[in-house]
Design a protein around this ligand. Structure first.
Ligand code: ARG
Length: 465
């Protein structure tokens, strides 16, 4: 038997290989809820405009509700011979309600159907990602408040640079997540237009109301050009771009956790909940979750690259190539979701070794800039000269194997006679961070007030819901 959805002019069954390469149900079955919602909106609109009868529309709606619950309960048999979700649903509908099911496809095509379903799906992903990122920010902000004054080394080139606070470091990721959320929201604005009713590519001769279906599906408006509506996947690309940038942020933080938990560094500890052991080395505590977040970023970026390559050079309008838009994207979004949730879990779980952090903050002459700044401020030395004098003092301390604050004043004065004992006040890591009060700086009081303002902002957001 030929395909009952499109087989009118066919007399033979497709070859097995044809069926295997063509079938998409294993992937697009995940669009079932969106597919059914769009069909219900379409049927109601057809009836409202006298294209089908009210009683057919009612039966179609009831049948679709039955299918939704069958699929939800796992009691639906997806048939590969029916290719995709659209035909699986329609075929079941005709079993349930008979010939009226055949009227549902009036004035639409699988081309506008799939574009509509996938837009709805990606819109849901955007909303779920936003909620996950808000929870990630909340976890960070709570820990930042707790550690507004906890001193740790700040790095450039992964070399100890200047002391910062742990809270400040965590808040850096809150800012990144805020921009990530903004990028997802931007993508959402542009994707929230309805392709439904564009039909195969040219629109339809039936008196449909695309504004009504757009509204029923909570789209802002119908897409203005039918060719564009069925053939672009820029909404997936844009969301995957936002996802890729977000995943890159997650991977950087994950890498820091890997470094910080290494016994070589030992700045934080993860509990058994976020650590795994080695099957041969009994002492090992491996940060697998963080390593996997680092790796899952590859999947997200891979999904973006994959789809860019699928879309490149495709002429208008719908081409079957576009069926390959879903699998990678769905996997990429799932990978990002897991990465965000794992990072949130680790942020809540991690325990910093404050003594080790503080000691490390003072290693490597991390307060040398504070000494140079003191020379500028107190002795009115030009910064370049202060930099040079400080360099000589650091060399002297290194020669004696002592920290800056341990170097006898006399030794400093041998290099710069105008230095007084007041300088000792700026050489500790605590006084260093305390002095960084410039806007956006690491001073504990800045960090505490930033964290508090984030707490309020997130709380307000939750209330607005
Ligand atoms: N399974 C298809 C896809 O995901 C649905 C659209 C098929 N359209 C068509 N004319 N064969 O792209």
């Amino acid at each position: 038997m030929s395909n009952k959805m499109w087989g009118g002019r066919f007399s033979e069954r497709p070859d097995e290989i044809m069926e295997e390469i063509n079938v998409s149900i294993d992937v697009d079955r995940h669009l079932y809820a969106q597919d059914i919602a769009a069909s219900k909106a379409h049927a109601a609109m057809l009836a409202a405009n006298g294209i089908i009868t009210a009683s057919d529309a009612k039966n179609i709606g009831k049948g679709l509700d039955t299918i939704l619950s069958e699929i939800g309960k796992g009691g639906f048999e997806f048939k590969r011979a029916l290719e995709d979700i659209h035909m699986n649903v329609e075929s079941r509908l005709s079993e349930l309600i008979g010939p009226a099911a055949g009227r549902l496809h009036t004035a639409r095509s699988r081309n506008d159907q799939v574009a509509t379903d996938f837009r709805l799906y990606v819109r849901d992903i955007v909303d779920e990602t936003d909620a996950a990122l808000a929870a990630f920010q909340q976890a960070l902000v709570e820990r930042a408040l707790e550690h507004a004054g906890t001193v740790m080394p700040g790095f450039t080139h992964l070399q100890t640079a200047q002391p910062v606070t742990f809270g400040h470091h965590l808040l850096a990721y809150v800012e990144m997540a805020a921009r990530d959320r903004g990028r997802f929201q931007d993508a959402r604005k542009r994707l929230n237009e309805s392709p439904l009713g564009a039909a195969a590519l040219a629109g339809t001769s039936f008196p449909i109301d695309r504004h009504a279906t757009a509204k029923a599906l909570a789209f802002d408006r119908p897409m203005a050009n039918s060719l564009d509506a069925v053939s672009d996947r820029d909404f997936v690309l844009e969301t995957l771009s936002a996802a890729s940038i977000c995943a890159v942020h997650m991977s950087r933080f994950a890498e820091e956790i890997v470094i910080w938990t290494s016994p070589l560094v030992g700045m934080i500890r993860l509990s058994d909940k976020f650590t795994t052991g080695s099957s041969i080395m009994p002492q090992k505590r491996n940060p697998d979750a963080a390593e996997l977040v680092r790796a899952k970023t590859g999947r997200v970026i891979g999904a973006l690259n994959g789809l860019l390559i699928v879309m490149k050079g495709l002429p208008l309008a719908y081409q079957k190539d576009m069926q390959e838009d879903k699998q990678g994207a769905m996997e990429g979004f799932a990978a990002l979701s897991l990465a965000i949730r794992a990072m949130t879990g680790m942020v809540r779980d991690l325990v910093p070794d404050e003594a080790r952090m503080k000691a490390a903050a003072g290693e490597g002459y991390a307060t040398a800039t504070d000494l140079a700044d003191w020379l500028v401020r107190t002795l009115k030395m030009p910064f370049r000269e202060a930099h040079h004098v400080t360099g000589r003092i650091v060399a002297k301390a290194a020669e004696g194997g002592v920290a800056l604050h341990e170097l006898p004043l006399k030794e400093m004065q041998a290099i710069e006679p105008k230095i007084t004992k007041d300088v000792l006040g700026v050489l500790s890591v605590e006084s260093s961070v305390k002095s960084r009060t410039s806007f956006g700086g690491t001073a504990p009081k800045n960090v505490a007030s930033q964290a508090k303002s984030w707490v309020k902002r997130l709380e307000k957001e939750r209330k607005l819901g």
